[in-house]
Design a protein. Sequence first.
Length: 210
Amino acid sequence: MKIILLGAPGAGKGTLAESLCRQLDIPTISTGNIIREALKSGTELGKMAKSYMDAGQLVPDEVVIGIIREKLADPVCEKGFILDGFPRTIAQAEALDKMGVEIDCVLSLEVDDDTIITRLSGRRVCIDCGAPYHVIYKKPKVENVCDNCSGTLVQRKDDHPDTIMERLKVYREQTEPLKDFYEKRGLLRTVAGQEKIEDTLRQALEVLVK
């Protein structure tokens, strides 16, 4: 299957994508992961993306579209894929059409804003090894110290509450219109994000087989 996964920042798209990847045996293409790799390695793409991400803005279409075109040409995507983080705008969706990609289903993961703010603002990451933590859901054994390497845990700039609000605003303005875009094509399916990923995954698999 060729699936697009929609949802606001912090809705849990990445976790759901990983679970679907295992269940359906198709790869996940996450633009967020690709861009973070570029940030870490200091590539030209990373430098371009950093200023936008730090401000809670979207990375320019031409950059993201080029990445996706290259990824979809990989033979590993021949049997299907899950797009996580793309398309994020109508222009990106139209670019996907121009590539000749036929999507089977668009899953929209719905989570309320208060839950998203709690999830994102509580995230912490090890400054040395990158291990993820959360002040509520995944606490380290020692406060602000990584269990793995004893590195310091920090809050990423794009997880600060003011940046989260900006990210949600951008999502509502630029990405949410995709729901109507794909609903008119009969491709949109809605999944309510649950506390447990198992429950969210069960819902997603049910709507995929309809």
